[in-house]
Design a protein around this ligand. Sequence first.
Ligand SMILES: Nc1ccn([C@@H]2O[C@H](COP(=O)(O)OP(=O)(O)O)[C@@H](O)[C@H]2O)c(=O)n1
Ligand SMILES: [Ca+2]
Length: 494
Amino acid sequence: MDEQREVQVKNPCHRPVFIILTAVIAVGIIIVVSISVVQNKRISQKYKYGIVLDAGSSHTSVFIYEWPAEKENNTGMVRQTHTCNVKGKGISSYSANPEGAGMSLQECMEEAKQKIPVRRHLETPVYLGATAGMRLLKMEDEDASEKVLASVGRSLQKYPFSFQGARIILGQEEGAFGWITVNYLSDNLRTATGTLGALDLGGASTQITFVPKQEIESQDNAIDFRLYGNDYHLYTHSFLCFGKDQVLRLSLAEKFHSMIDSTLLRDPCFHTGYNLSKKYVDVFDTPCIKEKSASPKDFFHVGEGVWVECQNSVRKVFNKSHCGYSTCSFDGVFQPSVEGKFGAFSAFFFVMDFLNLTSGTLHEAKLKMKRYCATPWKEIVQRYPSIKEKYLSEYCFSGTYILTLLEDGYKFTSNNWKDIQFIKKIGDSDAGWTLGYMLNLTNMIPAEAPDIPLMAHGGYVSFMVLFTLLIFLLFFLAFLYYRRSTRTAQKDII
Ligand SMILES: Nc1ccn([C@@H]2O[C@H](COP(=O)(O)OP(=O)(O)O)[C@@H](O)[C@H]2O)c(=O)n1
Ligand SMILES: [Ca+2]
């Protein structure tokens, strides 16, 4: 009887130290399991999707965006997963055949159906935003522009997504959403450490948007945002008719005025040896040209390849004769002096990338342009056999226009030229107005900063490793303690 009691008393499992150790281990295991469950629930999130169609003047692109369902209000979470370029020209070119505009979108929308999981189709919003090409068509023929928009709207409603409308966006929206896109993708909005200005060059308009140091003197150019708890007072302007395709027409029309032989247009912005018969209407049939000079049906477009003369001819499209403010860019538009770093995208990138001008000084860019424009057309065609001749022929003009717009128009100088970064994408996503447009319409950028997450991933991993080691240590101590106690108990019995 005494022996039995003694064994019971000496049993180490009944000692307080052992009970405490067991309790600590049990609590530790519960904590580790709970954190794992919560944290991994966050990682295995479901994705949501959104579709934006950029109906530009030259072509339409379909962008698919994706973001983790549970993190929609955290910055940097939305990324572009797929793009599809619609075959053919922009929707504004369908003014004589509006139904064709809707039909042109079918192939890319079918592709979107394949790319987005079926269970997400119904809740996926679809937005179509039309830019300067449709603004011009509306000015020319409002009825035709409405028919084209109705046609694309009907076409998009046929898909299983949640169609949210097809509209012509304002120039201010185009500028401001481009700015939101580049700053969202660069993660500048949460940190408030400074922002990136946005320069967008299209075929029919160009936009400049940045946070200025000076006061904004015209209300049309001011936009205010409150994003993640920070206030932004933006300057933005969209120049309709100053996209590169419209300026080429403006510049050709300008050259028509000084022609001696009305069938021969000598052009310093095209390469020597370039000689093509073109239609007069292809130049003048745009609301951007007010003065329609009396010219014949066709003319010969003959290249001369002289960069300095090309730049002088391009300068003529910027009207600097009046300015009702303390400072202007051109055409009487107020502009404070450019401030900080800029991201220049769309045709700014395509042209400068082709010409190898995305790095280097302004002076070097001018020298390269001089050399490039002086290269004979035959040599250019041989050098770039895979590029369509229509596009290839225009790079001397487009490059010259870009340098002139940035220096004489927006007033960049040799000193701040390095502040312009020519970009196509940031991460996976294209720089452009579409992402900012969707973030705004889906309220994905809150005005106030969202709550800080419970634990960052790095912190979580470190915590789990340390905690597991601690539990192992406790197990080991418990084992040592148990072994020592049982040996002592056995010795006592013996
Ligand atoms: N790979 C590409 C794609 C477009 N582009 C040009 O980029 C411009 C895009 O303009 P857009 O169609 O977005 O026209 P907007 O409505 O923005 O004025 C056009 O002038 C195209 O010719 C280019 O130079 N290279
Ligand atoms: Ca565009």
